[in-house]
Ligand binder design. Structure first.
Ligand code: HEC
Ligand code: HEC
Length: 256
């Protein structure tokens, strides 16, 4: 069994939180583990086992990306509930509540700071055999069509990396990576991923990784794909173990 190198700093340094909490539970592995246990017993039924959302509660990880919550605000939400919604109050002690906050904080931080199960070395093989490198680059190696993944573990929570792999078309247009087909006035046709699209210009990266700088004045017609250029069937093609190992590999990709 290969050991996975996971960085678990004592206090998470990423600046996504409005006020970094001084509570000693934050970033402490034992507190996170205790919080995980409580979460799966009392919260996972609504919020999903890893906070990724369920039928009765929102995805806490995505929420934190759009609308960062301070640890203290999470504490209060757990203690008092959110009146007028399904989110119930709890009667947990301070320490237990902080353990839950530590767990959620960890869940929404970069994957490289989370405890990620799986075998990263096996995941590297999965990455190669699934053809990810045909479109993505890690540290200069691989394709240029799709976003660079060299710092994916250092920048994205695990649940959101998982979602990108399993449901690539979700939230696509917010990312500015939509697939487009373009017919130019001179008759040339191009297909690829659009970057920095505006009323005046478009940067299009084709499947070979070549960048085309286009003036919208030269474009006769443009169709925006409704779905991602990334294959949408990895959830079926990869076994549970392969996905777990792939995530362990990606979680370890940081530029620091
Ligand atoms: C019965 C379902 C249910 C249970 C059980 C539940 N929640 Fe919630 N929770 C919700 C709903 C629904 C919301 C969204 C409320 C709203 O609309 O603002 C929510 C919101 C939250 C938020 C606030 C998110 C934000 O961005 O404002 C946090 C944090 C949270 N829940 C954590 C927990 C924790 C920790 C537990 C377990 C102690 C838990 N929840 C149990 C349904 C639930
Ligand atoms: C045919 C090209 C293609 C292949 C093959 C591909 N991807 Fe992607 N991927 C994309 C594109 C394009 C995006 C940009 C957003 C979108 O379209 O979903 C993307 C987005 C992502 C993201 C989100 C990146 C970010 O910064 O938001 C991750 C993570 C990812 N892919 C991982 C993978 C993994 C892992 C594999 C292999 C199992 C893979 N991709 C295979 C094209 C591809």
């Amino acid at each position: 069994m290969a050991a996975l190198a996971v960085v678990l700093p004592l206090a998470a340094q990423h600046g996504r939180y409005l006020n970094e909490s001084r509570n000693p539970a934050i970033g402490k592995p034992e507190a996170i583990a205790a919080g995980a246990k409580l979460f799966s017993g009392s919260c996972g039924g609504c919020h999903g086992p890893d906070g990724g959302g369920g039928a009765r509660g929102p995805n806490l990880v995505q929420r934190a990306l759009w609308h960062p919550l301070a640890d203290e605000a999470i504490f209060q939400a757990i203690r008092k509930g959110i009146p007028g919604t399904d989110m119930p109050p709890t009667a947990l002690e301070d320490e237990q509540t902080w353990n839950l906050v530590a767990f959620i904080h960890n869940l929404t931080g970069p994957a490289s700071e989370q405890k990620v199960p799986g075998d990263a070395a096996a995941g590297k093989q999965v990455y190669a055999s699934a053809g990810c490198g045909g479109c993505h680059a890690i540290r200069g190696e691989g394709g240029r069509l799709a976003p660079d993944l060299s710092n994916i573990g250092g920048s994205r929570p695990l649940a959101s990396i998982r979602e990108s792999i399993l449901e690539p078309s979700k939230d696509l247009f917010y990312l500015g990576n939509e697939g487009v087909s373009v017919t130019l006035k001179d008759g040339r046709k191009l297909e690829g991923v659009a970057k920095n699209r505006s009323n005046y210009s478009l940067q299009l990266i084709d499947r070979k990784g070549d960048l085309h700088l286009l003036r919208m004045n030269d474009v006769k017609e443009m169709t925006v794909r409704a779905n991602s250029m990334m294959p949408g069937d990895y959830g079926k093609r990869l076994t549970k173990e392969q996905l777990r190992d792939l995530l362990a590999y990606l979680a370890g990709q940081t530029i620091r």
